[in-house]
Ligand binder design. Structure first.
Ligand code: HAM
Length: 422
């Protein structure tokens, strides 16, 4: 029969890799909790309109990357391409605006985008994200950016840059749009096909294009910063001053416009030089209009999401080599009585909090000891018929090879101090 394979761009995480992932997720959770964020768990699929209305109909994500299907009653559903839209939907649906303290959430889980798979770009990938609701204050932006920076820095990721830009308010961008469109139309000939299409659909995204010819054409283009209102400028200046105050290094990037339409004012992205083409580790920004767009009362909001695959790629070897297990004991039960006692010993050890394993295919001591070595066990508990008759087991230290008798009647009491952290 033919072998069924996994889907292109959708990866398995094998047991050798999961300790590293747990380490990353636990570290992110710890930092988020320290900054006053609480976990929210939102569904993996939602009605399609939620994403179309929030991310923007003319974005790449909505135009060509969503996994959309019809439910049995004809409703159009979509696998979530990101976590912000669903979090806002939950915020509105559960009337969280009525709670008189800022609502600060974090989430982690799989997201789905039909992109061309390559290193660091998958069709099912994982994000850790945070969203902060209710505070129209530059200190809320600084808080979120600081959390992003601390998570990545604490993991020891190398050569990170925090890029930041001011997208202004919707009215600022409306004022800038015709100025930019006019410039782009004049220089239309040299632009790539994608950018030509974007001139009318989403002109700001042309600034973000990575094609060198497009970049040189847009370099002298009029800048959004020249169209910003005094309020937008002063808000952004306070965000930068806050980052200076707590010594978070950043670099200004006037091209940073982001691939999602809901942002205003502060937008940011952390990139890493050794990630290749897909160099964004995490990104986010302020999105003060989205709660209202999705039917809630006007609520300021700011957040970010990091890509866990990209973090896992960057994590230094020192962090990668974390042992997947605590100290572990192998139970070698063989012979008629030894096999039976082996089962009770395994259960007793596990009930007392010890990690204990055995390979039930092994029938000789030699075979058991080989498996204990392969499994990286620190001790082996040897239980043959002779030992059982005497009411003991032999405890073998796999490194020093020394061994001594332990009483079966008080097995876990004698072994616990050796295996559990004091
Ligand atoms: P985003 O920039 O689309 O923002 O995604 C955030 C991060 O997810 C990226 O920086 C990248 O690390 C990772 N990522 C995105 N697409 C892929 C992919 N195909 N394969 C692997 N990793 C990927 C958002 O999703 C916003 N919701 C962030 C946000 C939260 N803004 C405000 N709050």
């Amino acid at each position: 029969m033919s072998v069924i394979k996994g889907i292109k761009g959708v990866k398995d995480l094998l047991p050798e890799e999961t300790p590293r992932w747990r380490f990353i997720e636990e570290s992110a959770r710890r930092w988020a909790t320290r900054y006053g964020f609480h976990e929210i768990r939102i569904p993996i699929f939602e009605v399609t309109t939620l994403f179309a209305r929030s991310i923007g109909a003319s974005t790449d994500i909505v135009e060509k990357e969503m996994y959309t299907f019809q439910d049995r009653d004809g409703t159009s559903l979509t696998l979530r391409p990101e976590g912000t839209a669903g979090t806002v939907r939950a915020y509105v649906e559960h009337n969280r605006a009525a709670i008189p303290v800022p609502q600060k959430y974090f989430y982690t889980g799989p997201m789905f985008r039909h992109e061309r798979p390559q290193a660091g770009r998958l069709r099912q990938f994982h994000q850790f994200g945070v969203e902060s609701y209710g505070m129209a204050d530059p200190r809320a932006d600084v808080e979120v950016i600081a959390l992003l920076w601390r998570i990545l820095h604490d993991l020891g990721l190398p050569s990170l840059t925090l890029e930041i830009n001011n997208l202004g308010q919707a009215a600022d961008r409306e004022a800038y749009r015709p100025i930019l469109v006019e410039y782009l139309k004049e220089h239309n000939a040299g632009l790539c096909g994608n950018c030509k299409h974007r001139i009318m659909a989403n002109p700001l995204r042309v600034l973000d294009c990575k094609v060198p010819e497009c970049r040189s054409i847009t370099e002298p283009a009029p800048r959004l910063s020249e169209s910003l209102s005094e309020t937008a400028r002063s808000y952004f200046a306070q965000v930068l001053a806050g980052l200076d105050l707590i010594k978070i290094p950043y670099s200004l990037n006037h091209r940073l416009v982001r691939g999602l339409d809901y942002y205003n004012l502060t937008t940011f992205e952390v990139t890493a030089t050794n990630l290749g083409a897909q160099n964004a580790v995490g990104a986010g920004g302020r999105y003060d209009g989205l709660v209202e767009t999705l039917g809630g009362t006007s609520t300021p909001a700011v957040g970010f999401a990091v890509g866990l695959e990209r973090i896992a790629m960057l994590l230094p070897d020192s962090q990668k080599s974390l042992s997947p297990h605590d100290k572990i004991i192998y139970v070698a039960g063989f012979g008629t009585q030894g096999s039976v006692s082996g089962v009770t010993a395994l259960e007793e050890l596990r009930l007392s909090g010890i990690s204990a394993v055995s390979d039930f295919r092994s029938t000789t001591l030699k075979a058991h000891l080989r498996q204990a070595d392969r499994l990286g066990c620190h001790f082996t508990l040897i239980l043959g018929d002779d030992e059982v008759t005497k009411g003991v087991a032999l405890l073998r230290n796999m490194e020093s090879k020394s061994q001594y008798d332990v009483l079966l009647s008080s097995l876990s009491h004698q072994i616990q101090p050796l295996l559990l952290p004091s």
